[in-house]
Design a protein around this ligand. Structure first.
Ligand code: ARG
Length: 417
């Protein structure tokens, strides 16, 4: 805690938690000044308007950092790792380190003494923020967690203090939106047996009888660069696919998620672009990677996604996994066409100069395989195939028979021998 002369930078959204934090950082933590930092990772416009209005009403100086392109680039890099944690394409998890770093640089540039967030002590975000911030000399403060606050208490406190909390927090759900995904938590959704109302979804239409549509995604070194032949920047590419795939109801996930602290939580997500890009990328890897590389990469991808979920972007392991991912993805260049239809998408065509594929070798119409290999050459392989299994099974049969014989003869009690 400071002697009362310090400035603290607060991760600021203008919602109830951060609004209450502004007041508590002064009253309970003795800071003289609070600056609010809002980082743009593709939230809807009204969230910025709300944050700006609240900051003004609170008399807090607000800094808005545009990290949209940086975040979009991160998302497209995550595609190379087939980013997936238990079925969740990691939107919030990928955004937090970007947000944390942006707030830290504002705090350092403004000569702050402390840095604070309004996360509770139950979720993942506190860990992701602090993994970045605790690498600095600033005092890290988490008022909601440290003071054990509940939303009810916060509402009461805000009313007493006359704090402006009329904004979006009045909503039923806890929502986190960025370019890559929209997460909906809380209220009746906390009961895993509740079927969500359709209106929790804002990015995805209810899959209806809409005509199917094809979309071609082009990749360079594993990263998506064009849609239907049109080269697009990362932000635009994601936005475009969110709209197109969202109109077919693609990219809804309703799941139980295991948080880092061990708590299970029921999550609902929308992520149309992520679903299309991850589907297309995996299809292209299927064409250009050897069987053994594909198989090993699933393990690497899973470890990478775990690190990304934990927000440990600077972990040495993350870097090492990325070296493998980048190396294998140097071949993941080509185009995949995906069919968007009735809430689902699936690859329907793929092409690449790096295809580990010989049409004549696999064809039913050609006698030879390639490089002088003929069908008859498979005979030896076929004879060997399953050799160990047959041997193991024969041995087990023999042993079982021998035991049966011994048991039959030696039924007598060994102590009588
Ligand atoms: N469970 C997700 C994660 O930890 C998303 C959390 C988003 N938060 C929210 N208030 N909806 O990455």
């Amino acid at each position: 805690m400071t002697d009362g002369n310090g400035t603290v930078a607060l991760a600021f959204s203008g919602g109830l938690d951060t609004t209450v934090c502004v007041s508590l950082l002064k009253e309970e933590y003795g800071y003289d000044e609070v600056i609010g930092v809002t980082v743009d990772v593709g939230q809807p416009d009204y969230e910025f308007e709300e944050a700006e209005e609240t900051a003004e009403a609170l008399g807090v100086e607000q800094f808005v950092v545009d990290a949209k392109a940086e975040f979009a680039d991160r998302c497209l890099k995550a595609v190379k790792a087939n980013a997936d944690y238990q079925g969740y394409p990691l939107g919030t998890a990928l955004a937090r380190p970007v947000i944390a770093k942006a707030i830290l640089s504002v705090a350092e540039q403004e000569g702050c003494d402390g840095i604070a967030h309004g996360c509770t002590g139950k979720g993942n975000d506190q860990l992701r923020f602090e993994a970045i911030w605790r690498d600095s000399d600033l005092e890290v403060i988490a008022p909601v967690r440290e003071l054990g606050l509940t939303r009810e208490w916060e509402n009461e406190y805000a009313r007493e203090k006359g704090l402006p909390v009329e904004g979006g927090d009045g909503g039923r759900y806890s929502i986190d939106t960025n370019l890559w995904s929209r997460s909906i938590e809380g209220s009746e959704l906390e009961d895993p047996s509740t079927v969500p109302a359709d209106d929790i979804y804002k990015w995805t239409e209810n899959p209806s009888g809409k005509d199917a549509e094809l979309v071609a995604v082009t990749f360079e070194d594993g990263e998506p660069v064009a849609v239907d032949g049109e080269t697009l920047g990362s932000v635009e590419l994601i936005e475009r696919l969110n709209e197109r795939a969202g109109s077919h109801g693609i990219g809804r996930t309703d799941m139980m998620e295991d948080r880092m602290l061990g708590l299970k939580v029921r999550e609902n997500y929308e992520h149309p672009a992520a679903t299309v890009l991850l589907t297309a990328h995996e299809a292209l890897e299927g064409l250009v990677l050897t069987q053994e590389a594909r198989s090993f990469k699933t393990q690497v991808d899973q470890q990478w996604s775990q690190k990304a979920y934990e927000g440990l972007v600077d972990a040495p392991l993350t870097g090492a996994l990325e070296a493998f991912i980048d190396d294998t993805n140097e071949r993941v260049t080509g185009t995949v066409t995906v069919k968007l239809e009735g809430g689902h998408c699936r690859p329907v065509s793929r092409e690449s100069d790096y295809a580990v594929y010989s049409e004549s070798a696999a064809s039913f119409n050609e006698e030879a395989v390639s490089g002088g290999i003929t069908q008859q050459d498979a005979t030896g392989v076929a004879k060997y195939h399953g050799f160990q299994s047959r041997l193991a099974n024969d041995i087990r049969e023999d042993v079982t028979e021998r035991r049966a014989v011994t048991d039959g003869n030696g039924g007598a009690d060994p102590s009588e021998e």
